[in-house]
Design a protein around this ligand. Structure first.
Ligand code: GLN
Length: 390
């Protein structure tokens, strides 16, 4: 059997959601909203299942969806995309990342990754033959410097995977940070696979800056978005990919033998949804921001040291003040004894993990957040009781 997958544990999201189900816990672990998603978008999908076209759609995605993606990114990010040559629809962002790696690297090529790394990246890089090289981000700001990049990039670097906004830390990187990373990509002739699935989930008046818009990056960026994240329909698994024609030609070859297509009925609904008015997107942001504030405030009231969340569905807490040594033990015990599921941030590390940071998902109804907060009282005594044994 292949050693990458045979040695891999089950993903932390599945593990924590399983424990949450088994123990009837409140699930603030895996990132999915309580909200069922916009009614009109779901009706479009239902209607397309009943009355629409359910055979294989075009391999690159329904033309109406590719046009909608180009229009959407023009409206929100001033991107200029040719829907026929620069847009691809995949079955989720993870397929897009896997396909991009298969398409872009050869055995032994180095891939620069930022720790904490979304958990799918490292196994996919390795299975594609790549050699991961890590930049370590540190709390509370999780930023990177020129020296960090200089240490990770080499003559063998072919690809960097960059997640912005960053899951699990909720960081929205500044244009200056993007430009710094871009300067390394340009100098080393590297392609940036940019996982921008949280692009609409940015708060406090921020707007998303895509790597595509950074000078010199238009021809060397694979931008990946997710309809599931945009419309709170995470199970739909509709990925939105944009890249210059030379890259896209090769990405298409990988996609054609991974999933080939994505359910056309969902594509019809996503095409409709991407055209919703600006107010819809502004309101969605406002609602998530309100939930972020509710959970962050409740956690700080209970003595948690809450780190800023500028985007995503997540807020992280630094538990070193409580003397926590092992976030994985903490999360397991928390779901069993307190009935709240969270995600240990160490699960996003391959080497030298940070072990005192835990991620909570705030994309939930007020009642869910309030019920979880009630179960998170007296954390000091809870953590003292853990013994912190690994
Ligand atoms: N992106 C989701 C999260 O970070 C998890 C997705 C999954 O479980 N594969 O929680």
């Amino acid at each position: 059997m292949n050693s990458v997958f045979s040695q891999l544990p089950t993903t932390i999201f599945e593990v924590m959601s399983g424990l949450a189900r088994d123990h009837k816990a409140i699930n603030l672990g895996q990132g999915f909203p309580d909200d069922p998603g916009p009614d009109d978008v779901r009706r479009k999908a239902a209607d397309a299942v009943l009355n629409g076209y359910n055979q294989y759609p075009s391999m690159m995605g329904l033309p109406e969806l590719r046009q909608a993606i180009a229009d959407h990114y023009r409206r929100f990010q001033k991107a200029d995309l040719d829907p026929d040559r620069e847009v691809l629809v995949t079955s989720g962002a993870t397929e897009a990342i896997a396909g991009a790696l298969f398409a872009l690297i050869e055995q032994g090529d180095e891939v620069v990754l930022f720790q904490p790394t979304y958990d799918a990246y490292v196994p996919l890089v390795k299975r594609a033959g790549g050699v991961p090289k890590f930049v370590n981000l540190r709390p509370p700001h999780w930023t990177f410097t020129e020296e960090d990049l200089a240490a990770a990039f080499s003559a063998r670097t072919r690809v960097v995977i960059f997640n912005n906004p960053l899951n699990p830390c909720g960081v929205v990187y500044s244009r200056a940070q993007l430009e710094l990373l871009a300067s390394f990509c340009i100098r080393h002739d590297v392609v940036a696979i940019c996982d921008e699935v949280w692009e609409h989930l940015v708060f406090d008046g921020r707007s998303h800056v895509s790597m595509l818009s950074i000078p010199g990056m238009r021809e060397r960026t694979v931008k990946i978005g997710s309809a599931g994240k945009i419309f709170s329909l995470t199970g739909w698994k509709v990925g939105l990919v944009a890249a210059a024609p030379d890259l896209m030609k090769v990405l298409a070859k990988a996609h054609q033998f991974l999933t080939f297509t994505t359910p056309p009925n969902l594509q019809v609904a996503v095409a409709y949804g991407l055209g919703k008015d600006d107010a819809y997107f502004a309101n969605m942001r406002m609602e998530f921001q309100r939930s972020r504030d509710r959970l962050s405030y409740g956690l700080s009231e209970r003595g948690f040291s809450v780190m800023p969340s500028e985007g995503t569905y997540f807020v992280t807490v630094d538990l070193s003040g409580f003397g926590l040594k092992d976030d994985a033990v903490f999360c397991r015990e928390l779901v069993l004894k307190r009935g709240v599921a969270a995600i240990p941030v160490s699960a996003f590390y391959t080497i030298n993990p940070v072990r005192h940071v835990v991620r909570f998902c705030f994309a939930k109804h007020d009642a869910t957040l309030d019920a979880a907060l009630e179960r998170l009282e007296n954390m000091q005594s809870f953590i003292d009781g853990l013994g912190n044994s690994p």
